[in-house]
Design a protein around this ligand. Structure first.
Ligand SMILES: O=C[C@H](O)[C@@H](O)CC(=O)C(=O)O
Ligand SMILES: [Zn+2]
Length: 307
């Protein structure tokens, strides 16, 4: 489907601009955050590879000097990236907020997947090192993401609706709840850093963390699980250009594969498994929003039950 007037032609599903008159770009620059609707698992079975990629894969998450992302109707999680290059990026309200400022009724979790940098939240400056996370609570008005002085700046974020203001807090891997799972024999030896979870700090519904696979291990979240109470988003990184991750999604008895590259994210609806196998090891950020804050609330699926 296409939305059209004489100035602009937009693909209504992906929000990609197909045609735009030059003067229109200045007047009404495209919303940097596109909307994606929820999917029914019955419909999902009929999707082609490209339909699955359009609806769930987020390919270009980092645009120079911009915040870009996807507003998912799955628990209204916003999944995106901030890539300041030679100027700071300001967190502005987006059309979907219909609010004065982005965090008026939202919370946000940011994980630094690039060089050490600074984030200012209502005048307070936070130094955020590589693989460190910052939680910013509801009500914070002025958030500025600065370019790093030492290397490329890549900030990945998830934002969920929030109804209470909790304090802004930086969490490093030292403060995280750390769990090591799997084994090299099962090619799934990995360390899970629970960064922004309720055993570490207070959030309304957001939970975020990072999982690092050991060299030689390629499988994440295997055995698989679902959690109908919460949706989830995965963002893969620490993967070089020669390698890729085969991300598995779908109901346990109807799985499909999404081939993913470095710095790409994927939306996992509550009814879907979310597991991957890489052609090398890698790291990923997981983030969830929904009914409860119980990380362990998962419905496990036996490897032999997958179809
Ligand atoms: O619901 C929790 C999430 O799917 C992830 O934390 C799982 C994960 O990182 C892993 O097993 O490697
Ligand atoms: Zn999960």
């Amino acid at each position: 489907m296409v939305i059209e007037n004489e100035k602009i032609l937009v693909d209504a599903f992906s929000n990609k601009i197909l045609y735009c008159a030059n003067d229109y770009i200045e007047l009404e620059m495209k919303n940097p955050v596109s909307t994606r609707y929820s999917s029914h698992p019955g419909d999902f079975k009929k999707y082609s590879t490209s339909e699955i990629r359009e609806k769930f894969l987020i390919e270009d998450i980092f645009q120079p000097n911009q915040l870009t992302g996807v507003y998912s109707m799955e628990d209204r999680l916003i999944v995106g990236g901030i890539h300041p290059v030679d100027q700071p990026v300001v967190l502005r309200a987006i059309e979907q907020n219909k609010a004065e400022f982005f965090l008026e009724r939202r919370e946000i979790g940011i994980v630094n997947v690039g060089a050490p940098t600074q984030i200012t939240a209502d005048g307070v400056q936070y130094e955020l090192g590589h693989k460190e996370a910052l939680y910013i609570g509801k009500g914070v008005q002025d958030v500025v993401f600065h370019p790093s002085q030492t290397g490329p700046t890549y900030l990945y974020f998830n934002s969920a609706p929030a109804h209470q203001a909790y304090p802004t807090k930086k969490i490093s891997t030292r403060e995280a709840e750390v769990v090591t799972l799997g084994s090299l024999e099962n090619s799934n030896h990995r360390t899970i850093y629970k960064l922004l979870v309720n055993s570490v700090l207070e959030t309304c519904q957001l939970q975020m963390g990072m999982t690092e696979l050991k060299p030689g291990s390629v499988w994440n979240t295997m055995p698989s699980h679902t959690h109908d109470r919460r949706m989830e988003a995965y963002f893969y990184f620490d993967l070089n250009e020669q390698n890729a991750v085969a991300h598995f999604m779908g109901q346990p008895d109807e799985t499909r594969v999404v081939w993913m590259k470095n710095h790409q994210a994927v939306i996992s609806p509550p009814w879907s498994i979310h597991s991957g196998s890489g052609t090398s090891n890698y790291t990923f950020i997981w983030g969830m929003a929904g009914e409860n804050l119980d990380y362990s609330d998962m419905d496990a699926v036996k490897v032999t039950e997958l179809r």
